[in-house]
Design a binder for this molecule. Structure first.
Ligand code: ASP
Length: 414
C-alpha cells in the first residue's frame, strides 16, 4: 500500500472510531442496525487467522535454514515478552497502590457473576497443556492458536532437515503467506466502516451515552487507574522502541491502523493480520513479522497483565482486604501467568482474572464490580497488547537483524 493511501486509510479509520463513539452515545441500542457491518469485518479478519499463522510461522522459522538458530530468535523474543510483561504488571501495581481506586466503592454495584468462576477453573498446568492439542483441526476450529504455532514450529524445523524436498514445501508456505498478506490489504479497506459499526454497536449495547456514563461513574477511579497505567506502559514501550530498535513516531503512525483496529475489535488475534501488514510496511523484516507477531498475539499481553493486577487490587480494596508485599508478589506472578493464558479475544482477561483472585484468596464476586465497564477497558488493554507485540517485532528485528542475513521486508529493501 502506498504511504499516501495508508495515511488516508488511517485518517478514515480514526474517523470511524470517533463517529462510532458519537453515534453509539447518541442513538444507543438503535445502533444494533449496523451490527452486521462490524460482524462482516471481524469475520473477514478471523477467516485469515489460522491459515496466516500456519503459513507465517512455517515460512518464518523455516527461513532460519537451521533449527539451531531458532534458539537465539526464541530466546530474545521470550526475553522481551517476559521483561515487558513484568514491567506492565509492576506499573499496574504501582498505579493501584497510589490511586487506591477501590476504597469506598459501594459493593451493591456488583453484578452477579454466575458461571464465570466455573468457566475459569484453570491453573498453571492447564496453561502448559494448552500448548499441545490432540486434534489440530479442532484447535483451528476453536482458534486455539498456541497448539497451531507449536505444530508449525515443529513442521518447519523438520522441513529444514530434508534438503531440496523440504525447500519446495517451505517455498509453498512462503507463497501462501504472501498471498494471504495481499488478502489482508484488501480487507483493510473495510476497516473504517467495520470499526465504526463495532464501536457504535457496543456502546449502543451498553445503553448509549447516558447509561454508560452512569456505569463508568460507579467505578470511575478504577477506570482512571487502568487507563493511566496503560498510558504509562504505552509510553514505556515507545521509549524501548527508541532505545532498542532506534525507531520512533513514524513506526507508531504506520502501526496506527492496527492499533485502532485493536481498539475497535477488542481482539489481538483478529487484529494480527493487520499488525503483520503494518509492521511489514514499516520495514520490519520478514522473520520477526512471521514469528514474533503470531506468537506475541497469543502469549504477550502487556495490557491484560497490567489490567489483571489493577483489577485484583481494586477488588481487595473494595472489600477492605489489605494485601501485604508477599501477596502482591503473588499477584505479580499470577497476573503474568493469567495474561499468558488469556486468549486474544474480547474480555478473555476477565475470565483469567479468576486465577489471580483465587491465588490470593480474594472474593470472586468482586468481578461483578468490573463487569459493566470491562468491554470498554478491554479495548484499551487490547491496543496496548498489540502495541507490545509490534514494538517486540521491531526490537527483535534490530537486536538480531544485524547478525543474520534476514530476508528484507517487501518493498523496503531494509
Ligand atoms: N481482549 C484482549 C485481547 O484480545 C484480551 C483481554 O485482555 O481480554 O488481547
Amino acid at each position: 500500500m502506498s504511504p499516501r493511501r495508508a495515511r488516508l486509510l488511517l485518517a478514515l479509520i480514526a474517523l470511524g472510531v470517533v463517529a462510532g463513539a458519537v453515534c453509539g452515545w447518541a442513538f444507543g441500542p438503535a445502533m444494533a442496525s449496523v451490527a452486521w457491518l462490524g460482524e462482516l469485518f471481524l469475520d473477514a479478519l478471523k477467516m485469515l487467522i489460522v491459515p496466516l499463522i500456519v503459513a507465517a510461522v512455517v515460512s518464518g522459522v523455516g527461513s532460519l535454514g537451521d533449527v539451531r538458530r531458532l534458539g537465539r530468535l526464541g530466546a530474545v523474543t521470550i526475553g522481551y515478552y517476559a521483561a515487558t510483561t513484568a514491567l506492565a504488571v509492576l506499573t499496574g501495581l504501582v498505579m493501584v497502590n497510589l490511586i487506591r481506586p477501590g476504597e469506598g466503592v459501594s459493593l451493591e454495584a456488583a453484578a452477579p457473576v454466575a458461571g464465570l468462576a466455573e468457566k475459569a477453573e484453570i491453573g498453571a498446568a492447564d496453561i502448559l497443556l494448552s500448548l499441545v492439542s490432540p486434534n489440530l483441526v479442532q484447535a483451528a476450529a476453536e482458534t486455539q492458536l498456541l497448539p497451531l504455532i507449536l505444530f508449525a514450529i515443529l513442521l518447519s524445523a523438520a522441513l529444514t532437515t530434508l534438503g531440496p524436498k523440504g525447500e519446495h514445501v517451505l517455498a509453498f508456505f512462503d507463497g501462501l503467506n504472501e498471498a494471504l498478506m495481499r488478502v489482508v490489504e484488501w480487507i483493510m479497506y473495510l476497516a473504517p466502516a467495520g470499526i465504526f459499526a463495532l464501536v457504535a454497536h457496543r456502546l449502543g449495547q451498553a445503553g448509549g451515552g447516558e447509561a454508560f456514563w452512569g456505569q463508568l461513574q460507579a467505578v470511575g477511579l478504577h477506570v482512571v487507574t487502568v487507563l493511566a497505567g496503560l498510558a504509562v506502559h504505552f509510553l514505556v514501550l515507545l521509549a524501548l522502541l527508541a532505545f532498542l530498535a532506534r525507531r520512533g513516531l513514524g513506526y507508531l503512525a504506520t502501526l496506527g491502523r492496527a492499533l485502532l483496529t485493536a481498539l475497535g475489535t477488542a481482539s489481538s488475534s483478529a487484529t494480527l493480520p493487520l499488525t503483520m501488514e503494518c509492521a511489514r510496511e514499516a520495514g520490519v523484516r520478514e522473520r520477526p513479522v512471521r514469528f514474533v507477531l503470531p506468537l506475541g498475539s497469543t502469549v504477550n499481553m502487556d495490557g491484560t497483565a497490567l489490567y489483571e493486577a489493577c483489577a485484583a487490587l481494586f477488588i481487595a480494596q473494595a472489600y477492605g482486604i489489605e494485601l501485604g508485599l508477599g501477596q502482591q508478589a503473588l499477584v505479580f506472578l499470577t497476573a503474568t501467568l493469567a495474561a499468558i493464558g488469556a486468549a486474544g479475544i474480547p474480555e478473555a482477561g476477565l475470565v483469567t482474572l479468576v486465577i489471580v483472585l483465587q491465588a490470593v484468596g480474594l472474593p470472586l464476586e468482586g468481578i461483578g464490580l468490573l463487569l459493566a465497564v470491562d468491554w470498554f477497558l478491554d479495548r484499551f488493554r487490547t491496543t496496548v497488547n498489540v502495541w507490545g507485540d509490534a514494538v517486540g517485532a521491531a526490537v527483535v528485528d534490530r537486536l538480531l537483524g544485524g547478525q543474520t542475513a534476514w530476508p528484507p521486508a517487501r518493498g523496503t529493501g531494509s
